[in-house]
Design a protein around this ligand. Structure first.
Ligand code: AMP
Length: 154
């Protein structure tokens, strides 16, 4: 199977479908999952047209996972989540439903189970408010971020 230019994330990237964006740069886009399994469920995608984990080059993957880390920290702060789960489904048998590689960021709380995958569309005003909370935490993070020392840290 080859990359389908008409998948929904390709349309979001081209501005042909709406998204509640939380971060965008030259290589990546992060936005709210339309059918969140938990409040704050966010997706990070590379702009590069790759279907899954095995269809993407190392540099693109590196850029994407760095954004997963940064946006993941903002989601954690925005939802006061003690834990964050990162999920990446590659292949229909693994449950992948959109064939443009993406990482799920899912806030987790002990005792709070998440909803079924991709079932229930959340209200636009809720997604907009959640995106705003995450963007605000990202902005705070940028402001307080130490300069890159160039040495690997703990
Ligand atoms: P996966 O099943 O891992 O391929 O995940 C695809 C995710 O995309 C699911 O969690 C869906 O809820 C989500 N999704 C589908 N359509 C949209 C959309 N238009 N905007 C945002 N998220 C979407």
């Amino acid at each position: 199977m080859s990359y389908d230019n008409d998948n929904i994330f390709a349309k979001i990237l081209r501005g042909e479908a709406p998204a509640f964006k939380v971060h965008e740069d030259a290589q990546t886009l992060a936005f709210m999952d339309l059918m969140p399994q938990v409040p704050g469920h966010t997706l990070v995608i590379p702009k590069y047209p790759a279907q899954d984990l095995f269809d993407v080059d190392a540099a693109t993957l590196g850029d994407t996972i760095q954004v997963v880390q940064t946006v993941g920290a903002a989601v954690k702060q925005a939802f006061q989540a003690p834990g964050i789960m990162i999920a990446q489904l590659s292949g229909a048998a693994a449950g992948q439903t959109v064939f443009h590689i993406h990482f799920h960021i899912l806030p987790r709380f002990e005792g709070l189970e998440f909803k079924l995958h991709a079932r229930q569309v959340e209200a636009a005003e809720v997604l907009a408010a959640h995106a705003e909370r995450i963007r605000s935490c990202l902005a705070q993070g940028q402001a307080g971020k130490p300069a890159d020392s160039g040495t690997p840290g703990p």
